[in-house]
Design a protein around this ligand. Structure first.
Ligand code: HEM
Length: 256
């Protein structure tokens, strides 16, 4: 697709408004030469400014990251949300009634899903108990001592999101699924499902919109229920991404 985009005429290029086009437009030309807009290639100094351009490998890397970061995480969130709703029928009914009251038969879209505060809390609570990315990592840019522990420049530090989000010092009754707890404001560093700071998740808003719209469509049509073989407590594979060890089995009945 990169090759195809590179061969597009200027007219077609301008009509394309997607993410790949942004990356291809920022690419270094084969000979690292000046681009059409006058920027210089590969981070060369241009007067006072330095323009950083992308190599083809970097474009492929960013594209792959988008698939990994963007699809699996949102799909897992929906899986865990369905499980939580099946295990907590009262929460499912409350979320369903909110959809009926707030949206009626309207199609869910970017503008009207803001009215679904309870569903928003259901998603936050799902991400608290089951953050698809279980830990964050940061590399120290300088030596620093925090509470008696020295972290040296260049060392990588892992922040265990899933452990923090289930810590009883931060969340009362941490293993219970309680969407209401998100009505109260808490320390923003206690909820790290999308990371924190300048390198947090750039797809957060998109992911939340996608998840909400998907749940509105699904909850209007069906009800999730537990089955005799649904696990009471989920167990997970050893991985950086939260993946259930066994398939999550639920009963799905149509709503009349
Ligand atoms: C529920 C869904 C998602 C979750 C839980 C999630 C979680 C995360 C987390 C924890 C990080 C690391 C943040 C940090 O280190 O502070 C991250 C980074 C990232 N996410 Fe997401 N993500 C989700 C959806 C998406 C989507 C839909 C996209 C793109 C369409 C996306 C693109 C990215 C990218 C590109 C980064 C790297 C940002 C950087 O390094 O500057 N994510 N995500």
């Amino acid at each position: 697709m990169i090759k195809q985009r590179q061969n597009d005429s200027k007219e077609i290029r301008e009509q394309r408004v997607d993410f790949l086009q942004l990356l291809v437009d920022a690419e270094i030309t084969d000979n690292g030469a000046k681009q059409e807009n006058g920027d210089t290639a590969s981070g060369e100094a241009m007067g006072k400014h330095t323009v950083r351009r992308l190599t083809t490998d970097e474009i492929v890397g960013q594209g792959t990251l988008f698939f990994i970061a963007g699809y699996e995480t949102t799909a897992s969130t929906l899986t865990f949300a369905s499980y939580n709703l099946a295990m907590n029928p009262d929460v499912q009914e409350k979320a369903y009634n909110e959809i009926r009251e707030m949206l009626g038969n309207e199609e869910p879209n970017y503008d009207n899903i803001g009215k679904l505060k309870y569903l928003d809390n259901v998603i936050s609570e799902t991400l608290r108990l089951y953050p698809p990315v279980i830990a964050l990592s940061r590399r120290a840019s300088e030596n620093i001592k925090i509470k008696g522990v020295t972290i040296y420049e260049g060392q990588t530090v892992f922040v265990p999101t899933i452990a923090l989000q289930r810590d009883p010092r931060l969340f009362k009754d941490p293993h219970s699924f309680k969407p209401e707890r998100h009505e109260e404001t808490s320390n923003p560093l206690s909820f790290l499902a999308f990371g924190y700071g300048p390198r947090n998740c750039i797809g957060m808003r998109l992911a939340l919109v996608e998840a909400k719209i998907a749940l509105v469509h699904v909850l209007r049509a069906v009800k999730f229920e537990r089955r005799p073989d649904t696990q009471e407590v989920l167990t997970f594979k050893v991985s950086n991404f939260l993946q259930p060890e066994k398939d999550i089995k639920l009963k799905v009945s149509p709503r009349c």
